[in-house]
Design a protein around this ligand. Sequence first.
Ligand SMILES: [Zn+2]
Length: 370
Amino acid sequence: MKQNTIAMNLHEHQLHYPLGDTLPEPGTTLAVAAGDHTGLTPAVKWIRMALPFALDHINLWLLRDEIDGRQGWSVVDCCISVDAAKAQWEQIFASELEGLPVLRVIVTHMHPDHIGLAWWLCQRWSTAEHVCRLWISATDYGVARIGSKIADSFGGDSAALFFASHGLNTPETIDQVKGRASYFSTLVPDVPRQYRRMMDGHVIRIGERDWHCISGYGHAPEHISLYCPSIKVLIGGDMMLPRISTNVSVFDVEPESNPLKLFLDSIDKFKPLPTDTLTLPSHGKPFTGLHARIEQLHDHHRERLAEVLQACSEKPCSAADIMPVMFKRKLDLHQTTFAMGEAIAHLHALWFDGQLQRTRDADGVYRFRV
Ligand SMILES: [Zn+2]
């Protein structure tokens, strides 16, 4: 999901980018992991598609596959449902598939830039002989299905009330939040009617390699990363980004959630992976230094939590009061909604940990105090 409110990594120099600044050209791919012994087919090809947001691109992955004796490819993640993305895919199909079909569509999680075109890809590549199946966690499948069909499932009146209860209650912002009720369904107009479930611990055979599913929480309902031990490659999705920190927000549909704890616990699940793991992130460039990045993210959130706790020790604070503490620059509406979600996530981490108390004041606004 577009997430430009989050912090840039100030310690990016601790990470290593094996491909330097080389990026795949639009409509082409770049090999990011060595392939079989012949070296002809790379294990993973990197696709980088443009997004019309402040976060201006998403990385997608092509993996050589074979299903039921049929040769082809698996794709990981899809881009949003817009014609420009379909056109980029068609270029990829024409030049990068070695004349073979897409056999399955793997989606790390239900955010629009990841699942948007899954319906189109599955339709585009299904035949009488072979169904091009969507693979995703059950949780994210269900949430995406609801989001694509029920207009105000994200945003809208409920989101406006939720933000107001956390202190973002000017008529202008409330109207704007209400007006964004169709945001998700515009970018994800449909989701395939059937899917194959991915769960933590599942091992998926893709071509000649095994990929292990690692679930992650706090960013999406049930994000699945994929790790291949034989080539030491982690498809990290949005759970492990090198340059920006993953958006971790409380949303109106689950107003008492504690996503920051879920997120920090989840990234620790990557710790047993080898130190020379190559991480393929959904945004940014493939990198090594996974363990350094895990620690950086812990440090980053520890610092934010300390700032939030300090502010609340000076006076009871709503999430709207906390936003300028955490985000020191002017935010537009879209950034503001993300920043609010992140501010509430940090307040909730401290609240659930017993370091803050929550009261709802006479004005209907939740305030947090030590
Ligand atoms: Zn996401």
